[in-house]
Write a protein that binds this ligand. Structure first.
Ligand code: KIV
Ligand code: ZN
Length: 390
């Protein structure tokens, strides 16, 4: 970690994550998730969008008042009322941040806002200045930045930094960017915005093309110092960059990635489970890092390799992300080595003949049954032992 750039982890599970259809959380649940995020080691918690509803306001206010150990952030459009309301909710936080956003792409300027480029810059600067009147820690997001003309984006970023923004976030609002493009946008800001050294560049990628994590990593490789992400990749439509994936990519490939984070990775699985239980958003079995199959092996060749040396088929230790152990699943693809290993764990010592015979019966059962339990294995072995004794 020493020679790595420290990348700020900005978690927006409680704001963008909660915007996923069906993912609303009540106040108590939000406080529970916020506390879990602190224990996970996130640097910034975006607790909500205070002007959106009285419930959202109250949740941000309570998170800001009760949760210590992370920066607490609230979202606001670049309007006075939004910013005032955000500050009302955040003012008692240990370390508050106001996050102001305004769309900048031609599509949004023309069809949504009906504003000129100059009007956008003026409104963005006014928003940042108003937020700055309340709090020193101000983030600005040009919504739909990844589809904004790069020249215009550079002007907007320069203007909001001049107005006092301390973090400038580059959202790929519709998940349209590619890793190379996202990297090039960040590099353009680093190379062309004269005051860029006065702010941290952040990235906020949506996952519509399944590229949110790759795009975020590419941004970091090109100079971004903050990643916005969510637990289990929750968020609008196909979701946001998954915190667990982006963090473990940097932790597992320090030879390649230049950044690392303060995340306590052993808290990833417990936090993922908490968020899944609270939101009712099931985590797919093969989800990277936190899915039930992420460290499970069923194929005989893989199981044999794993029993000889774990690194043959695992690039991370399950314990490092919060799983108890690797799972050598017994199923129709499993081999004799895994069966012998399981028999031993269950307290049986089988000779080669007994193992051969139990293995034959096990394969027959596995053709009929998807999940083979320890009880099934014990019963097969008991039958064999009774048979061979008789
Ligand atoms: O996706 C987006 O553009 C956002 C902004 C409000 C940062 O969520
Ligand atoms: Zn978003």
């Amino acid at each position: 970690m020493t020679d790595k750039r420290k990348i700020t982890i900005f978690d927006t599970t409680l704001r963008d994550g909660e915007q996923s259809p069906g993912c609303s959380m009540n106040l108590e649940e939000k406080l529970q998730v916020a506390q879990a995020l602190v224990e996970l080691g996130v640097d910034v918690i975006e607790a909500g969008f205070p002007i959106a509803s009285p419930g959202d306001f109250e949740a941000v206010r309570q998170v800001a008042t009760k949760i210590k150990g992370a920066t607490i952030c609230g979202l606001a459009r670049s309007h006075n009322d939004d910013i005032d309301r955000a500050w009302e909710a955040l003012q008692h936080a240990e370390d508050p941040r106001i996050h102001v956003f305004l769309a900048t792409s031609a599509i949004h300027r023309e069809f949504k806002l009906n504003m000129s480029e100059d009007e956008i810059i003026g409104r963005a600067v006014e928003g940042v200045e108003r937020a700055k009147g309340y709090c020193s820690n101000v983030e600005f997001s040009p919504e739909d930045a990844a589809r904004t003309e790069v020249d215009f984006l550079c002007h907007v970023i320069e203007a909001v930094i001049h107005a006092g923004a301390t973090t400038v976030n580059i959202p790929d609002t519709v998940g349209y960017a590619t890793p190379e493009q996202m990297g090039a946008v960040i590099k353009s800001l680093v190379d062309r915005v004269p005051n860029i050294d006065k702010a941290v560049i952040s990235v906020h990628c949506h996952n519509d093309l399944g590229l949110a994590v790759a795009n975020s990593l590419s941004a970091v490789q090109n100079g971004a110092g903050q990643i916005e992400c969510t637990i289990n990749g929750l968020g609008e439509r196909a979701g946001n960059c998954a915190l667990e994936e982006v963090v473990m990519a940097m932790r597992t490939r320090p030879d390649y990635y230049t950044g690392d984070t303060n995340i306590n990775t052993e808290r990833l699985v417990p936090t993922s489970r908490l968020v899944s239980e609270i939101t009712g958003m099931h985590v797919q079995r093969n989800k990277a890092i936190v899915g039930r199959n992420a460290f499970a092996h069923e194929a005989g060749i893989h199981q044999d390799g794993m029993l000889k040396h774990r690194t043959t088929y695992e690039i991370m230790r399950p314990q490092d992300v919060g799983f108890a152990a690797t799972d050598l699943v017994l199923g129709k693809h499993s081999g004799r080595a895994a069966l012998a290993d399981r028999a031993k764990q269950l307290g049986y010592e089988l000779n080669p003949e007994q193992l051969k015979s139990v293995f034959k019966e096990f394969k027959k059962l596995a053709d009929q049954k998807k999940d083979i339990s320890n009880e099934d294995i014990a019963s097969l072995i008991d039958k064999e032992l009774v048979g061979s004794a008789g």
